[in-house]
Design a protein around this ligand. Structure first.
Ligand code: GUN
Ligand code: FE
Length: 423
């Protein structure tokens, strides 16, 4: 069985708010599966090849649980409109371009490479409504060594007529065609993706709920992101008291469900997420950029909800998860201020946990570099940065959330395989 032994300062997040550092330690994986972190190399590995990372940090790689692949070309653009206008003005016209497989190939190859180089090794990702482009996206992620879930987007109403649209029939038959073609992927799996309630007819939602149950497929969507969106959902589903019930009604609400944003989810909606085991994806950058609001992320954690982080590009302007972690921490402080200092903020260690261990938990992993987890790791260099005093491993990681030297990420492992190296 293939053996990987990395030597360096190993820092991981074994529990929310706790960083565990082993200076000059050994991270050992066999057949791509972590055996442990050891201060001294165990006897049984004596003589095996060791990848010496010197003084570099060896840390967990990231999980980005919500991003829109076809919005990658508009990263950093179109931030002047709120959600619904933003979708119609910028997002839908761009997503329409992914009817062209060549365009999709070029963009998705670049996106996959950028994810790998920046240490994002697990994703839950939205494609566009196009089946072929979605398969191309999955191919490119797989080739780059990225793991996780991708969804062909379903949107059979309130789209952009003549530009980006699908009928109910097309949405259903294309979803089936897409699922048929997904069988060959090893690292990237399909996830049902009703865009959000306003985009999907009742008939389509019912079809997707049934499909999810029949084939035990996970589901991702958006929830309670923006005030006008929430009002619209209320008008579309007068029988539902709250937004989440429009998903629950159709069997799209369980412990494999991932809901992005949840900015305005009140206590009742949050309880519904906790009780069903739904994973909330906090997208702090996007929530601020398109003026959605400041999600009560710390309160959600306190209440026992499962919370992970998402870049939500291109509502979010940052693909790099170090920055996404920093944004989540800043947003939690804004929330605290808005709450008249009555709620807590996220510590750096908690933010780091959300960006790594909490996201990995969705894929069935235990926190930190736990034995039995697949090897997902990155090597981080900070030797060029000035030091106020000799720093501990945990302090170095905390600084890295806010500050990194050029080309700081030296190597990345995903599912046991080295997928990027700067040397
Ligand atoms: N709600 C429905 N579609 C989208 C999208 O593409 N981005 C965001 N942020 N929210 C959405
Ligand atoms: Fe989104």
């Amino acid at each position: 069985m293939s053996l990987t032994i990395l030597k360096g300062t190993v820092v991981s997040a074994p529990a929310p708010g706790r960083l565990e550092a082993t200076e000059n330690g050994y991270l050992v994986a066999e057949g791509g599966v972590i055996r442990g972190v050891f201060p001294v190399l165990p006897e049984q590995y004596a003589g095996a090849a060791v990848e010496d990372c010197g003084d570099d940090l060896i840390v967990q790689s990231f999980a980005d649980l919500h991003l829109h692949a076809p919005q990658y070309p508009m990263l950093g653009m179109g931030m002047d409109l709120p959600l619904l206008d933003w979708l119609n003005t910028y997002t839908f016209p761009l997503e329409a371009r992914f009817a062209d497989p060549d365009y999709a190939r070029t963009i998705y190859r670049r996106l996959a490479a950028e994810l790998a180089e920046n240490g994002t090794t697990r994703v839950c990702m939205f494609s566009s409504l196009h089946t072929d482009a979605t398969l191309i996206l999955m191919e490119e992620l797989e080739k780059a060594g990225i793991t996780g879930y991708v969804g062909k987007v379903n949107m059979d109403r309130n789209s952009l007529p003549g530009v980006l649209e699908e009928t109910t029939e097309q949405s259903m038959s294309e979803t089936l065609r897409w699922l048929e073609a997904c069988g060959d992927f090893r690292l990237v799996k399909p996830m049902l993706t009703p865009r959000f309630t306003p985009s999907c007819s009742d008939e389509l939602m019912a079809f997707l709920g049934k499909l999810a149950a029949e084939r035990t497929l996970p589901v991702q969507s958006h929830l309670s992101e923006n005030d006008k969106e929430i009002q619209w959902v209320r008008e579309l589903h007068p029988d539902c008291k709250q937004y989440w019930e429009t998903y629950a009604k159709y069997g799209l609400w369980n412990d494999r469900t991932v809901m992005a944003h949840c900015v305005w989810s009140d206590e009742r909606e949050r309880a519904a997420m906790r009780d069903a085991g739904v994973t909330v994806v906090h997208c702090a950058d996007s929530n601020q950029n398109i003026c959605s609001g400041v999600a009560p992320v710390r309160t959600m954690l306190q209440e026992g909800l499962k919370v992970a982080l998402g870049s939500d590009i291109a509502g979010g302007d940052e693909l790099h998860m170090f920055d996404v972690v920093a944004s989540a921490i800043r947003a939690s402080k804004a929330r605290r201020i808005l709450d008249s200092w009555q709620t807590d903020f996220l510590t750096v260690a908690e933010g780091w946990y959300l960006g790594t261990s909490a996201g990995a938990a969705y894929f069935g992993e235990r926190p930190g570099f736990a034995p039995g987890n697949a090897l997902h790791a990155l090597v981080l260099r900070d030797s060029d940065l000035p030091q106020p005093h000799p720093l501990t491993g945990a302090e170095r990681l905390e600084r890295a959330v806010y500050l990194r030297q050029k080309d700081a990420i030296r190597a990345v492992w995903s599912a046991g395989r080295k997928i990027f190296s700067r040397e």
